[in-house]
Design a binder for this molecule. Structure first.
Ligand code: SAH
Length: 223
């Protein structure tokens, strides 16, 4: 676990944050490590000031370029699933967006690689991570539907954007016993799939965690 010192970054009221943690617990999030990290991570700093007062509501919020910061419940759920098979050292995130999910993961995993196709979002995320002192996240401007071959394999891959089908490359970049957590489906509704590689074989087991709604995974780069 990498501790990040968030003291002195400003706080919205402790009560508002506790209400969010209670809501996550009510919805079934049990992992105390995940709840603790979400409690201390300043989500308001990942939003434009005009929206920051809504940061601790359990809702997705716009971050520009038609993209959204995922719902805290979904961030918590994906993180809980990611940790459920034991510690994960090296994780790939697809869709850096605001950098919030990466910051949550950074406190629970040794090293995060995160890919974003929109350069302006990546630049903003980089600035936030720098200000917050998050050092174990490496950001790349790239098309995450191809994974990130350069640093593969990964103990876990988590996608914050939804393809119509699971990209083959992602399966091939999983380490033995690696786990891929990815929303798959149409632009309106998807199922969150949890795919686990069986040892070092090319066999995978798959289950559906629940129905979710993410922005689509889009191929190619954008400034
Ligand atoms: N994890 C983010 C959620 C961002 S929404 C957060 O905590 O804020 C999903 C992001 O995926 C968007 O920023 C979108 O631009 C990005 N995305 C979509 N398709 C992509 C692709 N092929 N490669 C990399 N990023 C992609």
């Amino acid at each position: 676990m990498n501790t990040v010192d968030f003291s002195g970054v400003g706080m919205t009221s402790q009560r508002t944050r506790e209400r969010l943690i209670q809501r996550l617990t009510d919805q079934g999030i049990k992992d105390k490590r995940v709840l603790d990290v979400i409690r201390v991570t300043p989500r308001h700093l990942f939003l434009d000031e005009a929206l920051s007062h809504r940061a601790y509501e359990d809702t997705a919020l716009p971050i520009g370029f038609s993209q959204t910061l995922s719902r805290p419940y979904v961030v918590a759920l994906m993180t809980e699933i990611l940790l459920s098979l034991g510690p994960r050292k090296k994780v790939l995130e697809i869709g850096t967006g605001s950098g919030y999910q990466a910051t949550v993961l950074a406190q629970l995993v040794e090293k995060i690689y995160s890919v974003e196709r929109i350069k302006s979002l990546q630049d903003r995320a980089r600035e936030r991570l720098r200000k917050l002192g998050v050092r174990n996240v490496r950001l790349t401007h790239g098309d995450g539907s191809l994974g990130l071959m350069e640093f593969a394999p990964y103990d876990a891959i988590l996608s914050a954007a939804a393809p119509g089908e699971v990209p083959e490359e992602l399966l091939l970049q999983l380490a033995p016993d690696g786990i891929l957590i990815i929303p798959v489906g149409s632009s309106h509704e998807q199922e969150l799939r949890v795919i686990i590689r069986d040892g070092d074989s090319l066999n995978y087991t798959e289950r559906v965690a629940e129905k979710v709604r993410f922005v689509p995974l889009i191929g190619g780069l954008s400034s």
